[in-house]
Unconditional design. Structure first.
Length: 651
């Protein structure tokens, strides 16, 4: 069956825009050129786009936490509770308050009170016993009592008996007090953990806007300029979305959170998007050099298999999970690309320094136009990449992505790694990561990407990509604080292609990573491991998307789509928690499942509307033993069934 020119055009543009380019404004819109104004100096192209999805659905959540006492826990609870009641009844103190009192300190006070009381009683009893023996007239009893006293280093007289009994009572009291203190601590721990027990569920109907990364709806405008020889130009785009509300906080940073009016501030919900750069190309016989200044995203080496546009199933992987794009908020970019007719054909190298990554929010309100930083700090946020491509065969690549957990690194919120910094880690404990990738182009008829495929000659094209990421962590304990960033390793395999028979578009990912975690983010705070006590954690999953033309022999403008994903997080650990408790034989599992069936209708080139039925499910479980006293178990379930209706348009 031979493809029509219309079909070929559809697949090439759909693969390029819908499946590959996404939001890469400079590269995508440079090809689209929706509207162009020509002049003697050069050309200016511009256009607009918008996307949004409205969801109506129902969500259900349930949480069950159970705490079962072990035999040791029951014994400690019985003995410890009696000791605490005696402590309070005799004026030793007030009842334990979990919000203000420390378990160890309170249990020690109970043990000290009980030990002092028991020691005094033991000393008095021992003194009476020895005195009676020494005055009994029984030679055997008198000799035994004297031997006990003198054997301990005291004299067998009134003064010696007093000193010996005092020491005896002190030793007895300390031993007994320690036992009582441990029992009291056990009782307090059991009670505190029992207070965590719950069995609750909730259901609600809801409405929401998606994709979530653009806060519901996103409308943008782009404009690019090129000189007539296309060696100099600029790229710029504006986005209008709720995300821009947060830009408002930069120039009114003193405004209290309670005073923020989103309806009012929404008037200013326009922000610079992915591109705001000026660039130039410079030729020589071997390669072409590109220099750019400003805000940018450069995708020459980036992965091509995206995240389904954040439209279908959630929790799926993106292009950057395979190989990260180069991006700067404000900075400098440079690249070298081998010429087609030179010995460097296929070679590519780039680098970028992100100045705003270090200056961050501080520079937004700084009135000092001479604001600067040390060169070392700037290079810490730099990116460097290199790749080599054999058209129609493969592309290999690697890069360094500079980073740190320093509070001055405003790529993240100020609280992102606050816990790690408070534990004593600093910017020199994490330097970023190394990435390695390979793209197999052998099923693409000599093309460098799916958007370049000539589907008349290669009607069954396929792209396969593999990326591996390894963080540069110099203190292993840092891995406990964010396993999805400070993993030991992470790999993502992606595939995307076109099948002529049935006119099917498809893509998917398989991924996995391994690291350590304090488990707080995975156990909803129920378990928070202490420094250097992180649990081993493995994360893995897969996702897929397939679209089939509903009428391949007619007008190819209606498609039926199916997408889904499955993610699993598994952790096992033993060790101390920040609370001072110890957890043993801990096992945590988290399963996430998503799926969607939808119908999509295209119109006017690459514009489309769609409607579907979708579901997301999360199943969580955790169990472990705490201090040998209780078996702690957590079960949680979340489900959503919803109907998404959306639209995406380019003009």
């Amino acid at each position: 069956m031979k493809m029509s020119k219309r079909t070929k055009k559809f697949f090439a543009s759909a693969a390029l825009l819908s499946l590959v380019a996404g939001l890469s404004f400079a590269e995508t819109h440079e090809l689209v050129k929706a509207h162009t104004l020509e002049s003697a100096a050069g050309n200016i192209s511009f256009g607009a786009w918008g996307r949004s999805t409205f969801n109506v659905g129902r969500s259900n959540t349930s949480t069950k936490i159970t705490v079962d006492e072990t035999a040791l826990g029951k014994t400690a609870s019985t003995a410890g509770t009696a000791a605490i009641e005696d402590y309070i009844a005799n004026g030793g103190g007030t009842a334990f308050n979990a919000e203000t009192d420390n378990v160890k300190a309170y249990a020690t006070a109970v043990g000290t009170y009980a030990g002092t009381k028991a020691g005094t009683e033991a000393a008095t009893a021992k003194g009476a016993e020895l005195t009676a023996a020494l005055t009994s007239g029984d030679a055997e009893k008198m000799a035994a009592a004297a031997a006990e006293i003198t054997g301990a280093g005291y004299t067998a007289d009134t003064a010696g008996i007093t000193a010996y009994c005092t020491a005896y009572g002190t030793a007895y009291g300390e031993k007994y007090g320690t036992q009582v203190g441990e029992a009291a601590a056990g009782a307090l721990i059991v009670n505190m953990l029992k207070a965590q027990e719950k069995d609750v569920s909730e259901s609600k109907n809801y409405a929401s806007l998606a994709p979530d990364w653009s806060y519901g709806a996103r409308v943008g405008f782009w404009i690019i300029g090129r000189t007539t020889d296309e060696h100099f130009g600029f790229d710029f785009n504006l986005d209008a979305d709720a995300r821009a509300l947060f830009v408002h906080k930069l120039w009114d940073s003193d405004e209290a959170a309670a005073d923020v009016n989103y309806n009012e501030d929404g008037k200013y919900a326009v922000a610079i998007g992915d591109q705001a750069k000026i660039w130039g190309l410079f030729d020589n016989p071997l390669f072409q050099t590109k220099l750019a200044f400003g805000r940018m995203r450069e995708n020459e080496l980036r992965g091509s298999i995206g995240d389904f546009g954040q439209r279908e199933s959630g929790d799926v992987k993106s292009e950057d999970d395979i190989f990260q794009e180069i991006w700067t908020a404000t900075g400098l970019f440079a690249s070298i690309k081998g010429n087609e007719d030179s010995a460097l054909k296929g070679f590519y190298m780039n680098g970028a320094v992100d100045i705003a990554g270090v200056l961050g929010l501080e520079s937004a309100t700084d009135t000092d136009s001479e604001k600067s930083m040390q060169l070392y700090d700037a290079l810490r946020d730099a990116q460097f990449g290199v790749g080599y491509t054999v058209p129609g065969l493969f592309q290999i690549k690697s890069q360094f992505w500079g980073d740190s957990i320093a509070e001055s690194n405003y790529r993240y919120s100020a609280n992102k790694y606050k816990a790690a910094r408070e534990a004593g880690y600093d910017m020199n404990d994490y330097y970023g990561r190394m990435e390695f990738g390979i793209d197999w182009l052998g099923f693409m008829g000599g093309a460098n990407g799916l958007g370049d495929v000539d589907l008349e000659k290669t009607p069954n094209a396929n792209l396969i990509e593999l990326g591996v990421k390894v963080p540069i962590v110099t203190r292993e304990g840092l891995r406990d604080y964010d396993p999805e960033k400070f993993y030991n390793w992470y790999a993502c395999l992606g595939t995307m292609g076109v099948i002529e028979k049935g006119f099917i578009l498809y893509k998917g990912h398989l991924w996995g990573g391994q690291g350590t975690s304090n488990l707080s983010q995975y156990s909803y705070g129920l378990v928070d491991m202490a420094k250097d006590n992180g649990a081993n954690i493995v994360m893995a999953g897969g996702d897929f998307l397939a679209e089939v033309c509903a009428n391949p022999f007619g007008k190819q403008d209606v498609f039926i789509g199916l997408s889904g994903n499955y993610n699993i997080t598994s952790a096992n650990g033993d060790g101390d928690m920040k609370s001072g408790l110890t957890v043993n034989d801990l096992k945590l599992r988290q399963h996430k499942i998503g799926c969607e069936v939808y119908v999509k209708k295209t119109f006017a080139a690459n514009n489309f509307i769609f409607a579907g039925i979708a579901g997301d499910f999360t199943i969580q479980s955790m169990e472990g033993n705490v201090n040998g006293l209780v078996d702690l178990k957590y079960d949680g379930k979340t489900s959503k069934f919803y109907m998404p209706i959306g639209i995406e348009m380019f003009f």
